[in-house]
Structure formats: structure tokens, C-alpha cells
Design a protein around this ligand. Structure first.
Ligand code: URA
Ligand code: SF4
Length: 496
């Protein structure tokens, strides 16, 4: 029997930030249209392709007898999203795996739900590895300061396991948008210019091209002594959170021995209690100012919710805010964009802000739980209420945010936030719209969650709830702009 003729397709991205995903997608679509089975095609990276590989002419007519010219291919959104992430993985086999899954999806629309299927399991695993690498990059990049012809320039060198710089760059652009900085990796590099607000990608760089030490070194060391968290010093936690391969670029490593000596007992008891009860407590920095909290939050593994969410969603707003809004947890959109209240509920909330004259930028908005919880139904990720254990696990972050901001008024959006801050006996429809002193703020108040309004099918009822929410918002806003009233006895339990 003759061996099937194997077609080699070379993925050769021209730009340093390009993962090759778009090229693969176009080639894969063409192959699908020609009904080319996965074992008759081989996708290769240009850098690893053999010199005899062909750049195909991609205008072959569809093979006769295929239905694909009349039937559009079945390409679920969730597959495309995963494939775009998997493209950044270093495995040379990822393109073939993606094509295999794509091919099989045409005859088995439920394939992605069969988690024990070897192809699906492999796809999930490489997506997870890329996300994990991204998480590490966000946590372990350290900039060094130099002066060049254009002035101050912050440079970091990092060696990610996968080619993730283009995926990681938006995080740094958002965090350090006013600084001029560059991140160099062996694969490629990116430079951010705050004046033109542009990020330019360039070739990879050797470690020696980045400054080794600077005056910021002392700052980093003090900073890490301050935000030091003994849980990081537990050997197993340390191996998983701060892999040895990154140590050489982490100035704080120099202060670890001293910190270890002081922390040993604390680590032991914290890790023991962490096993018994999920809690974010071991991940809370010792000096929890708002920027330090935001820096530390992505490393939280205080409960299991971090495992499936895309990213953690930090609170947003100025540390000088006098009004803090606390929601339940990020939704699908928030999980994708990394900011609270940016989905449909946030839209309704902003409409209400507008109607009652609230300046949204002056508020601090956050959630009781910082990771999205959902169940996957086909393409959709359906919001799932957090369990009480998850709300409790995440409470240290909320408390630390409140402590850092010390808002005059806290407005709980919905029952989860209300029960978290006002106690389990709080009944939203009975008790909303009343100011209550708690240990968190002299004036704590709760209102209807905008998602509850959106879920209300009865139009008249939804309108009434919206009106209630607006009244409560207006009260909270106006109180937050007055000098604080004298303290009164609490009505609700303050042990919440
Ligand atoms: N619902 C919430 O409670 N918080 C968000 O951030 C979005 C929707
Ligand atoms: Fe940590 Fe909260 Fe996320 Fe759980 S939900 S992992 S406690 S940040």
C-alpha cells in the first residue's frame, strides 16, 4: 500500500509579536475546505521546519466529494479562543493538534466537552501551561532603571517557558502606562513609549543586554521585605510560586534568608490552617497598600476558583475614594477584560450613575470574590454563585482593600456582598437602603444588584427594582460627599 502523500505547511510569522495563529487559521481553513484529513497534513514552525518543506500554494480547489464547500466549517468560539492561546506554546506539535481537534469538531460538535478525549485533554493542558506561564510572567518581571538619551528607561529581562510576550504585554501596559519601559526575552522584546502610547515589538535579546543591578535593587528588597508573605517561603509553595529559574532576576531573593529565619513558625501554622480551610490570608502582603495589594492579588491560590478563571479581577478606582461599591464576583466579560463591572450589569450600573449624577471615576469598585465562577455549557460560561467557603476564602482581600481605602460609605451590591459585610441575617429586600455602622465603615448600605434587575423578566418589576437601586445609589453617593456623621451603635452584627 502506498504511504499517503504528506503535505507540509510552514507557519512563518513575519512580525516578532505574531504567534502565527492567524496564519495557521487561514491554512487550516483551506485544508478543511479541501477535506484534507489531519494525517495527510503537517504544520511546521518556520524556525523548526526542514529546508525541504514546501510553502504551499494555498489556492487548491476543494477535493471532489467533500461537503465542506457548501457547509461552513464548525468552529466554536471557545475553540478559537483556546487555539489563540495554545499558539503561544513552544511545542512544535501544537498546530497539528489544533488541526486535529478542528477536523474532529466537524463530525463531533460535542468533542470539546469530552475531557477524557486525548486530543481535548492535550489541548486543555497546553492552554493551561501557557496561562500558567503568563501568570508567572506577570508576577516575576522586575524592572531595572537606566538613563539613556531620552531619559529614564526601565528594563526587565525574563525568560518565559513559552512565547508569551505579546499575551503578557497588555498587563504591563496597563500597570506601567506612564513609564518608558522594555521587556526583553530570548524570543522577542517589547518597548512601551508613554508619549505616543505605543508598544513596539522587536527581536529577542540576550540576558547580557539588560542591566544587572541598579539603585532600584535596594527599593525592591525593602518592598519585598514589606510585602513579604511567609507562605512564599514554604519550600513547596516557593517551588510552585517562585520557580528557581526566575531567582536570578529577583532582587528580593537576597533578603530571603533573613526572612526565612523569622518566618519559619508562622509559615508552618499558616500552611496547616490553609489546608484545612481555604483562605487568601497567606497571600495577603504584610503592608497592604492598594498598589501592593493589586500587585500581590494575581498570585492568590486561596481557593480553587483561580484554576478555571482567565485572570483575577482587582478592584478599580482611586485610593482616595470615599464611596466603595462591592459586587459579588466578576462575570464572563470582567473575567476576560480583567476589570470589575464592565459587562451588562456594569452597563446598567453606569446608566444609573449617569441618571443620578454619580461620577463613576471617583468610586472604588470591587467584588466580594475576585475570580469568576462558572459552569461551561457549550460555548457559554454560565455564572455560578460562589460558595460560602469561597466568599470566606476571599474575604481577606476585600478587608485589605477596605483597610487601604477607608471609605466613608460602603455600598454592597446584592445579597452576597451584603451578607459578607452586614452579616448572614441581612435580608436584602427588607433591609436595603438603610445605613448601618459596621467595623468596615461607619456607613454601610446595601442595594439590589444590577444583574438581578437584568434577570427580572417582568418589565414593570424590573423598572421598580431599577428605581430602588437608583435611590440607594443616590443616597450612598450623597452621604459619601458629606463629612462623616458621629458614630452610633451598630444595628447589624459586626462580626461578619
Ligand atoms: N457582577 C458583579 O457583582 N461584579 C462584577 O464585577 C460584574 C458583575
Ligand atoms: Fe484567591 Fe479569592 Fe481568587 Fe479564591 S477567589 S483564588 S481567594 S482571589
Amino acid at each position: 500500500m502506498m504511504a499517503p502523500c504528506l503535505t507540509s505547511l510552514v507557519i512563518d510569522p513575519q512580525a516578532p509579536e505574531d504567534s502565527g495563529f492567524d496564519l495557521w487559521r487561514n491554512l487550516a481553513r483551506e485544508q478543511l475546505a479541501c477535506a484534507t484529513p489531519p494525517d495527510a497534513v503537517e504544520f511546521q514552525d518556520a524556525r523548526s521546519a526542514l529546508s525541504c518543506s514546501l510553502h504551499l500554494s494555498h489556492n487548491r480547489a476543494p477535493a471532489s466529494g467533500t461537503s465542506s464547500s457548501t457547509t461552513p466549517p464548525h468552529v466554536p468560539r471557545s475553540f478559537l479562543d483556546d487555539a489563540a492561546v495554545a499558539a503561544h506554546h513552544r511545542s512544535p506539535h501544537r498546530w497539528n493538534l489544533l488541526y486535529r481537534v478542528l477536523w474532529r469538531l466537524q463530525s463531533d460538535k460535542n468533542l470539546l466537552h469530552i475531557s477524557i478525549d486525548p486530543d481535548v485533554a492535550q489541548l486543555r493542558s497546553i492552554v493551561h501551561q501557557v496561562r500558567h506561564d503568563l501568570h508567572k510572567m506577570h508576577a516575576f518581571v522586575r524592572f531595572r532603571r537606566i538613563e539613556d538619551q531620552q531619559g529614564e528607561h526601565f528594563i526587565a529581562w525574563h525568560k518565559p517557558a513559552h512565547r508569551i510576550l505579546a499575551l503578557a504585554a497588555p498587563f504591563f501596559i496597563e500597570r506601567f502606562s506612564v513609564m518608558r519601559w522594555s521587556i526583553l526575552t530570548p524570543d522577542n522584546s517589547v518597548s512601551w513609549d508613554p508619549a505616543s502610547r505605543t508598544a513596539s515589538f522587536g527581536p529577542g535579546a540576550d540576558r547580557s543586554q539588560a542591566p544587572a543591578e541598579d539603585e532600584l535593587e535596594a527599593f525592591w528588597r525593602t518592598y519585598y521585605s514589606n510585602i513579604f508573605n511567609p507562605a512564599r517561603l514554604n519550600p513547596s509553595a516557593m517551588r510552585s510560586h517562585m520557580p528557581v529559574k526566575y531567582w536570578s532576576t529577583l532582587p528580593e531573593v537576597n533578603v530571603l534568608p533573613g526572612l526565612i529565619n523569622r518566618a519559619e513558625n508562622r509559615v508552618g501554622s499558616m500552611m496547616a490552617s490553609q489546608k484545612a480551610t481555604p483562605s487568601a490570608q497567606p497571600f495577603i502582603p504584610e503592608i497592604p497598600t492598594l498598589p501592593v495589594l493589586h500587585q500581590a492579588l494575581p498570585a492568590c491560590q486561596g481557593c480553587d476558583l483561580f484554576r478555571h478563571a482567565t485572570q483575577v479581577v482587582c478592584g478599580r478606582g482611586p485610593s482616595s475614594a470615599t464611596l466603595m461599591l462591592v459586587g459579588e464576583q466578576p462575570g464572563d466579560k470582567e473575567d476576560q477584560l480583567g476589570a470589575p463591572f464592565v459587562g451588562p450589569a456594569g452597563e446598567l450600573l453606569r446608566q444609573a450613575f449617569h441618571e443620578v449624577g454619580i461620577v463613576g471615576e471617583e468610586l472604588y469598585m470591587t467584588n466580594a470574590v475576585k475570580h469568576f465562577k462558572f459552569v461551561q455549557r457549550g460555548k457559554l460560561r454560565i455564572h455560578k454563585n460562589p460558595a460560602q467557603s469561597e466568599v470566606n476564602a476571599c474575604r481577606p482581600w476585600l478587608e485589605a482593600e477596605i483597610h487601604a481605602i477607608k471609605p466613608q460609605v460602603i455600598l454592597c451590591m446584592g445579597a452576597t456582598a451584603a451578607k459578607t459585610l452586614l452579616g448572614g441575617t441581612f435580608a436584602l429586600m427588607r433591609d436595603h437602603g438603610r445605613f448601618v455602622p459596621t467595623r468596615y465603615a461607619d456607613q454601610t448600605i446595601a442595594t439590589i444588584h444590577p444583574s438581578a434587575i437584568l434577570r427580572t423578566a417582568d418589565k414593570a418589576k424590573a423598572k421598580d427594582l431599577y428605581q430602588l437601586m437608583k435611590e440607594d445609589l443616590a443616597m450612598a453617593w450623597s452621604r459619601s460627599r458629606c463629612p462623616p456623621p458621629p458614630p452610633v451603635n451598630p444595628v447589624y452584627p459586626t462580626t461578619a
